[in-house]
Design a protein around this ligand. Sequence first.
Ligand SMILES: *Cc1c(COP(=O)(O)O)cnc(C)c1O
Length: 391
Amino acid sequence: MTQMSAGTQTSKHKSAPIPFLDLITPHQELEGELVEAFRRGLQGAAFVGGSEVTAFEQEFAEFLRCSWSAGVASGTDALRFAYMCHDLEPGDEVVTVANTFIATTEALTQAGATLRFVDVTPGTFTMDPGALAAAIGPRTVGIVPVHLYGQVADMDPILALAERHGLWVVEDAAQAHGATYKGKPAGSLAPLSAFSFYPGKNLGACGEAGAVAGREASHRGVVSRLREHGQAKKYYHDSEGYNGRLDALQAAFLRVKLRRLIGWNEMRRRVAGWYREALSDVPEVELPLIARYGEPVYHLFVIQADRRDELQAHLQEQQIGTGLHYPLPLHLQRAYAPLGLRPGTFPVTERAAGRMLSLPMFPGLSEHQVHRVAEVIREFYLGKAPASNRR
Ligand SMILES: *Cc1c(COP(=O)(O)O)cnc(C)c1O
């Protein structure tokens, strides 16, 4: 109980709360430009489609070094439409990871695929290429690597396996706007990728939004039709589709924010560097591994921690916000009980789910705040020691 008494001690000198995520400050800083974008939108009264949407699509494609991007209503729609570029037939299997948000897989099932989960690589928590190789079977048609927490999955072996077996690949890049793999942007590595602009993402709208990015004109055509009720021309429907368009006001807001993305990602990396330095000598804390192949953008800063639940409660007591991404792997969710996958199926994913903790991470987080978070974690494990004894 020494840790707990250390906790009680610090709670006597309460510092200002540290949120897990601050969405208020960046919008205050951009208020003038966002209001101006809103005013332009009102004046033109083009609320769906129009020049703001096409301009954003062009700018985002340039940012990604992709031939095109197509704005859609959410990241889930982006995944759905990217999957639907490949005509899925009953029994077609698609391989993905269980340590992701359910949007990755619900859109797959809804597009007609059968899910095939695989484990992740320790440290990076992205798709394990060895596990992927073992999971590919006669019914496999596609692969969906997820660039989780802002780190790109190890794409070269994944793309090589896809090539060898004639499989399609869709990148779930919803957490990786601006991350790179061997110098290339996440989202430009496979023929199709999906992005979310949910407000808390590295590039977030002021509401729901998403985009598909790709290379081939034929894919772009499919996505354009699907987001607009299957129509190629107004009121002429080649198929049924969806109401999945990008709102024009969101596109206008996203254009303002895209110009900040590189700087914001840089600030996230700086925050990560402070955490690494401050937590490097706490043996109970495993820091996120940086793969040598690329630069992450720290959508989340996820540590692996002993006695995770106690640590999270302790941080909460000290008014420090944290998150769990994700506490229950998808293969163990009730939604996927019909797959019949038992605990123990994916040991790396399952062990991580019990130990992971997402610390506060956003561009405006100060060095002082990071040190405070680290101090509370150090106290939890090491007890309160005089500063001179610590290193
Ligand atoms: C956020 C997210 C999505 C879904 O995006 P929405 O815009 O919320 O629909 C999909 N995959 C991952 C990994 C995500 O983090």
